[in-house]
Design a protein. Structure first.
Length: 163
């Protein structure tokens, strides 16, 4: 069976935008406002000599920005259980918030390989918040722009190293 890679993160960081960019088409719904319930969405990806299944964990209905609701936690837990590699996406514009820390705690406990991906870095300059994310203990953040398609090849290189 092919390895499974799940994109995990709080609402509105750009998970579905990245998923669509890699899928090469608009499968996942991208929402300006978080809170639209969707099922998990799958696509098959080929990168270099590797093939894997990519999962977008949508279906998140936040009650507040700061607390992860039960539904989001269940979704993330399911994705974490199923996945071989986890892409943990955070928002380089907004910076680190407490729901990022909650997800990071879950991911560290999972003992699975996790790539910390800092999205919305749309310029050549690094995110002003870059160094805050080291405190999550997940490793060095990989800066990307899902919207502009920057850094995605380097990120895929890092993903397939874990297969
Ligand atoms: P999700 O809730 O994590 O799936 O996030 P979405 O993919 O629905 O995106 C949430 C919002 O962030 C949308 O308005 C996207 O257009 C925007 N967005 C996603 N990626 C980027 C990016 O790389 N740069 C910028 N500036 N905006 C982005
Ligand atoms: Mg989404």
């Amino acid at each position: 069976a092919k390895p499974i890679v799940a994109i995990v993160g709080r609402p509105n960081v750009g998970k579905s935008t990245l998923f669509n960019k890699i899928a090469g088409k608009r499968i996942a719904i991208v929402e300006d406002e978080p809170g639209v319930t969707r099922d998990r969405i799958y696509t098959e990806v080929e990168w270099l000599t590797h093939q894997f299944t990519l999962i977008d964990t949508g279906g998140i209905e936040p009650e507040s920005e700061e607390i992860i609701p039960a539904q989001m936690r269940r979704q993330a837990e399911l994705a974490i259980e199923t996945a071989h590699v986890i892409v943990f996406m955070v928002d380089g514009r907004q910076g680190l918030i407490s729901s990022d820390r909650e997800i990071a705690d879950m991911l560290r406990k999972s003992k699975k390989p996790v790539l910390l991906v800092l999205n919305k870095v749309d310029t050549k300059e690094q995110s002003a918040h870059l160094f805050d994310f080291y405190e999550l203990g997940i490793g060095e953040p990989i800066e990307i722009s899902s919207a502009l398609g920057l850094g995605i090849g380097d990120m895929l290189d890092e993903i397939v190293k874990h297969f």
